[in-house]
Every structure is written in C-alpha cells, then in structure tokens.
Design a protein around this ligand. Structure first.
Ligand code: ATP
Length: 253
C-alpha cells in the first residue's frame, strides 16, 4: 500500500485509503492512499496515463472504486454521498460552461443545484466574480470570454457552495503563462484565506513547485510524497523537474 500522510495538525478534509480502480486487466489505480488537511495545496503530479483523471472520477462519485474507501470530511462517499459531494468543488479538465448562457446564468444555475437561491446566491456570485476580477463580464455570454476568463468562471462556480475540498484536474491546459500564474496564485490564496483543501492535478512540474506537498503518481501507483524540497532532497536531484523525470522516466511529450 502506498502511504501519503498530511503533516499539519488541522482537520483532514479528504481521506482516501487503499483505493483501487481497474479497467479490465489495466490497473488504473493500484492501492492509493491520500489525505489532505484544511488549508493544504497538494499537487497530484503524474505524466499522461498516470491515473489522475481516474482518481478525480472516483473522488467526485462519477465512478465507484473497485476497492478502498473515500471520505470527504466526515462522510463516506459511498454510504453518505450527498454530504460528501456537497463538500466538493470541481474544475474539470474539459471545459463545462454553457457557452450560450451568460456568465451569471452559468453561476445561478449551479447555485440553484446546490440549493442556494435569491439573495444568498447573488451575494456569493458577486463576491467570487469580484475576487476573480470578472465583475464587468457578468452579463456577457460565456462564449465571449477568453479561455483564461472561462476557467476563472469555472473556478468561481466551483466555490459558490463553499466547499471544503477543491479538486482541479489539469486546470491550466490551454492557458497562456500569465493566465496559468493568475489561476495558481488565486488558488494558493484560497488555501491561506479560506483554509480550503486543494488537490491540483498536473503534469507540469512548475505548477507542483507551488504546492505544500506533491504526490508523484505513475502508472497507477504513488511513487513519492513530500514537499517539493523533500522530493528534491530525497531523490538527490538538482530540482523538482529532475526529481520527477528521475522517478517517472523521460517525458513522452
Ligand atoms: P492524462 O494526463 O493523459 O489525462 P491521467 O493521469 O489523467 O492522464 P487517466 O486518464 O486516469 O490518466 O488514465 C489512467 C489509465 O487508465 C491509462 O492507462 C488509461 O489508458 C486508462 N483508462 C482511463 N480511462 C479508461 C477507460 N474508460 N477505459 C479503459 N482504460 C481507461
């Protein structure tokens, strides 16, 4: 069994234990343990095919694991799906805005799904849009926004119901360097200010460098866990990039 341990003395928000997922004979996740505490940014760093998206599909209840348990806060995702899923905000790898709706229409739809209505929804939407510097685009159709702006709307949407765990699956794919940096900085602030637990999946080492802990996933197994500095020290590499390549082999693209 792979061991991943959080370090801080704060509540555990995500606790996944001995998680297994197979696609036929292929072991997509091979006995994974992962826990994240409030306020922690954990990077799930793995090359293509490592199992990152599969893990997200299990954490969001889209698929059921073949083995193991997943708890969000106090709720087991299989036994108590409603409170478990209510604690999660997700930004998926593929864009999921309705491009024909306005920005505010997209956000209101999501707020309604979570049982937020009227004033409360309006005030949370205003808050998140302001923090993401998108207030002036609220009435625009989502189609009129740039890729980076659309991603920020998806992040605002993921935060409306005040989740304790934010899941981001390769959220910077297709963004320019400035938009990538903005998104990452915003999420780092969410960890500090709202004590949100974040799992950020990526194959980009420079994004993992900003995490409190990095989980190196390869071919369905966790190879290493630690702060970026620990990973460099423990592998004897010159930097995190070299540590990652040393663990997982040469990059394929
Ligand atoms: P990427 O960075 O390319 O998105 P990933 O780390 O998210 O990769 P997954 O998409 O979780 O990796 O895939 C993990 C393994 O499971 C891969 O070998 C993939 O081919 C396989 N796999 C994923 N989904 C399916 C499926 N629906 N049926 C069969 N095999 C699958």
């Amino acid at each position: 069994m792979n061991q991943i341990q959080a370090s801080a003395e704060t509540p555990i928000v995500l606790d996944a234990t001995d998680v297994v997922k197979n696609y036929g004979a292929r072991k997509a996740l091979d006995h994974i343990d992962i826990s994240i505490r409030a306020g922690e940014l954990v990077a799930l760093l793995g090359p293509n095919g490592a199992g990152k998206t599969t893990l997200f599909q299990l954490l969001t209840g889209l698929f059921v694991p073949d083995g193991g348990t997943i708890r969000i806060g106090d709720a087991d995702i299989r036994r108590n799906a409603v409170p478990a899923l209510a604690g999660i905000g997700v930004v998926f790898q593929q864009p999921t805005l309705d491009l024909d709706l306005t920005v505010i229409g997209n956000l209101r739809f999501h707020a309604n799904l979570h049982g937020l209505n009227g004033r409360e929804a309006g005030s949370r939407i205003d808050t998140e849009l302001a923090k993401l510097k998108l207030t002036d685009r609220a009435r625009d159709p989502a189609r009129a926004l740039s890729g980076g702006q659309r991603r920020r709307i998806e992040l605002a949407r993921a935060l409306l119901h005040r989740p304790s765990l934010l899941l981001m699956d390769e959220p910077t794919v297709g963004l320019d360097p400035a938009s990538r940096r903005d998104l990452l900085n915003h999420v780092v602030r969410l960890c500090d200010e709202r004590k949100m637990a974040v799992l950020w999946a990526t194959h980009l080492v420079d994004e993992a460098d900003h995490a409190d802990r990095v989980v190196v996933l390869h071919q369905g197994k966790v190879l290493k866990v630690g702060s970026p500095r620990q990973l460099v020290e423990e592998t004897g590499a010159a930097n995190l990039h070299d540590a990652f390549v040393g663990l997982t082999g040469p990059e394929s693209d």
